[in-house]
Design a protein around this ligand. Structure first.
Ligand code: ADP
Ligand code: MG
Length: 310
């Protein structure tokens, strides 16, 4: 072990905590050089996305480091799911206020869980001192022309989501002490905030089926607004069809649950459109339909709006 009183240096920290999570058959050259080298298969296109998570903005101060790391990767991986991409690899630009070994071990443990859960080897990154933030860049592959975009929804398509909504917003409220609930429900909801599970397999199965897809990160109605705009259609959401978990319904009123489901965001479920003739994948829930026109129509929209940074 290095002497705790000596400054560690960036390279020793990288070697100890970030350099051995880079193995996969897609990785020709992993961590340690100026760049990583990935192997695409013939006929594949590269899908790239980056997401940042900042302390006090995306998660509260003094959050569990393993969960913070896991969630940062899950959020980024969710964009690959929404594109129908097969995960290839990720890089991590990490800024940390101090190099504490116990804390870094926890970060590594969360990263390691995410690497194996999402098949996303960590092939490179950057480490700087500063306010706590994690920027995760993910790379994925799709057969040429098969990425699922936001601009293909057509009037008559049906709209589906991959699972319950609003749990993550409730989880954050519990974490921040704005809400209480029985232990089991509270644990389940906090887990939905910290350990969202991007629908990567579903995304791949929706290639050449879905006319559009998006992951629910800003709030269902806000995210559907992006599909409406890109596809030049109107999306109609029937609030009675919105899936609410038992855990969520057990801690708040149906009204609050619905408000979080429509506006809360960060559930990282997939929302997608299918022509009426295409049978939906098992487990998906129909929540509305696409119409001609523009914007989002929902019988319960009221004041609900997605999260905006600016
Ligand atoms: P360079 O100076 O060439 O940009 P760095 O000194 O920043 O390289 O990093 C050395 C190696 O360690 C590189 O391969 C880089 O990708 C990797 N690396 C740096 N920080 C991280 C991190 N947080 N997670 C994973 N790999 C990292
Ligand atoms: Mg660097």
């Amino acid at each position: 072990m290095p002497d705790a009183k000596q400054p560690r240096g960036e390279f020793s920290l990288i070697a100890q905590y970030f350099s051995t999570l880079d193995k996969s058959s897609d990785v020709v050259l992993g961590n340690g050089d100026d760049g990583a080298v990935l192997q695409l298969k013939t006929g594949e296109e590269l899908v790239v996305s980056v997401d940042s998570m900042l302390e006090d903005v995306h998660f509260p101060r003094n959050s569990p480091p393993a969960d913070v790391a896991y969630r940062a990767v899950a959020a980024a991986a969710s964009d690959l799911a929404a594109m129908g991409a097969r995960p290839l690899a990720m890089t991590l630009a990490l800024s940390i206020p101090h190099a504490d070994d116990a804390w870094l071990s926890d970060i590594r443990s969360g990263l390691s869980d995410a690497v194996s859960d999402f098949d996303l080897p960590l092939v490179g990154g950057d480490l700087t001192r500063g306010a706590l933030s994690l920027s995760v860049q993910v790379m994925g592959a799709v057969p040429s022309g098969q990425a699922i975009r936001r601009d293909g929804a057509r009037p008559g398509d049906l709209i589906y989501v991959s699972g319950s909504l609003g749990d993550s917003a409730a989880g954050l409220a519990l974490i921040e002490g704005r809400l209480t609930g029985d232990v089991q429900a509270a644990d389940a909801l906090r887990a939905r905030f910290w350990r969202p599970f991007p629908a990567l397999d579903l995304g791949v199965s929706l290639r050449r089926q879905a006319t559009s897809a998006i992951d629910v990160s800003d709030g269902l109605l806000a995210d559907l607004g992006h599909i409406a705009e890109a596809s030049k259609v109107c999306v109609y959401v029937d609030s009675a069809l919105i899936p609410l978990s038992q855990a969520l319904k057990s801690v708040v009123s149906t009204e609050q649950a619905l408000s979080w489901a429509l506006g809360g965001g960060e559930d990282y479920r997939l929302c997608f459109t299918l022509p009426e003739s295409v049978p939906p994948p098992e487990g998906s829930i129909r929540i509305g339909c696409v119409e001609s026109g523009s914007g989002v129509r929902c019988d319960a929209a009221g004041e609900i709006d997605g999260y905006r940074h600016f």
